[in-house]
Design a binder for this molecule. Structure first.
Ligand code: SF4
Length: 359
């Protein structure tokens, strides 16, 4: 099993980031606005950036969208990926407009000279290409061979597109193999990791609404990430794309793959509860969402089991009758009145985050 795939891939530069090599997993999302509506698109990208999105993709279905790329690019701070289907002219325009990466399948562009035109333009500007294989749109030839979408067929499709680029001496490649069937996606990424040394972009496509899609994406991508596979990922949800970023960050934190985000530990509550834990936990979660240090903050309903069980927390609070107990790494440091305990906790969180950055 290639458990080190993530560390063994080719580093591919995307704007000021590098995907693959030994770099951290990069979180992406995609805008939902009409790309030609520059104002709306930039506003959405700003919200995504603030939520922690590191690379953003926009759809480029027509000339109007392609024409908007240069203006969007000027106004945002994270690398911009332009998603193109088939049309080499749109790809050329996107590259010309300053796209940091394009997503296009070379095997779908058509005549050889068109493929060469796109590849030469991408090469000249150092723009990588993501090959996006999707179980739902596999080539006829592959579907006929396997009968239905299979992991083998998806990898074969990816290798076909890769070969076209490699023949043109192009190697700044990232590959995705998305499926909406979780087990098919896991299988495809595992097989791809055995045969492909380019960074893999993870995703469970059409995963559903915010709740169901979060569960499905986490189940699938969690299994893949845990095998050491995946250099970048996008959670796909039928929801505000900011939610995709939040889920992605939480998922990376679960596998200790994010060093730029704080984590909340909170108990499920039970009959021993001494404080209004659920609202406090939500308030603290919101507060720490902008903290870029990998600290752990605990909020526990009572002091019976809490501090000991949340020993890994850098700082935490446990409810006690009419007061809160602040603790660090399982040791109680002081008592605080119930009315001020959340503010006290926030101050401690800020202090620990400052200490982290001062180190
Ligand atoms: Fe119950 Fe206390 Fe454990 Fe929370 S920390 S689940 S309130 S025993």
């Amino acid at each position: 099993m290639p458990i080190t795939h993530r560390k063994d891939t080719r580093p591919v530069r995307v704007g000021d980031l590098v995907i693959g090599g030994s770099n951290k997993v990069v979180i992406q999302s995609m805008t939902t606005t009409k790309t030609h509506d520059v104002e709306a698109t930039v506003a959405e990208i700003e919200r995504l950036e603030e939520a922690g999105c590191q690379v953003v993709r926009v759809a480029c279905p027509d000339e109007r969208a392609a024409d908007a790329i240069s203006e969007i690019k000027k106004r945002i701070n994270i690398p911009l990926v332009v998603d193109i289907h088939f049309d080499y002219k749109l790809a050329l325009k996107a590259i010309e407009g300053g796209a940091d990466k394009i997503r296009i399948n070379p095997g779908n562009i058509g005549k050889r000279w068109k493929v060469e035109a796109v590849v030469n333009a991408a090469k000249a500007k150092g723009v990588p290409i993501r090959i996006g294989v999707n179980a739902g749109s596999l080539e006829k030839r592959i579907l006929q061979k396997y009968g239905f979408p299979t992991a083998e067929g998806m990898v074969e499709s990816a290798l076909h597109h890769i070969q076209i680029l490699e023949e043109l001496d192009f190697h700044d490649i990232i590959v995705s193999l998305k499926a909406s069937d979780v087990r098919l996606a896991i299988d495809a990424y595992e097989k791809a990791a055995e045969q492909i040394s380019y960074p893999l972009h993870l995703g469970i496509t059409e995963s559903g609404t915010q709740f169901a899609g979060t569960v499905k994406s986490s189940a699938g991508l969690g299994a893949i990430l845990n095998k050491g596979i995946g250099s970048t990922m996008r959670i796909s949800l039928s929801a505000d794309p900011v939610e995709e970023v939040k889920v992605g960050r939480e998922l990376l934190k679960s596998f200790a793959l994010a060093d730029n985000a704080a984590t909340l530990i909170s108990c499920p509550t039970c009959g021993r509860i001494e404080i209004d834990l659920i609202s406090i936990a939500n308030e603290v979660e919101e507060y720490i969402s902008t903290i870029k240090a990998p600290i752990k903050v605990a909020v526990l309903g009572c002091a019976v089991n809490g501090p000991g069980e949340a020993r890994e927390a850098d700082i935490g609070i446990a409810g006690a009758r009419g007061e809160g107990l602040l603790f660090r790494h399982g040791e109680i440091i002081r008592k605080v009145p119930e009315e001020t305990m959340v503010d006290e906790l926030k101050k401690e969180v800020d202090r620990i985050a400052e200490e982290y950055f001062a180190e």
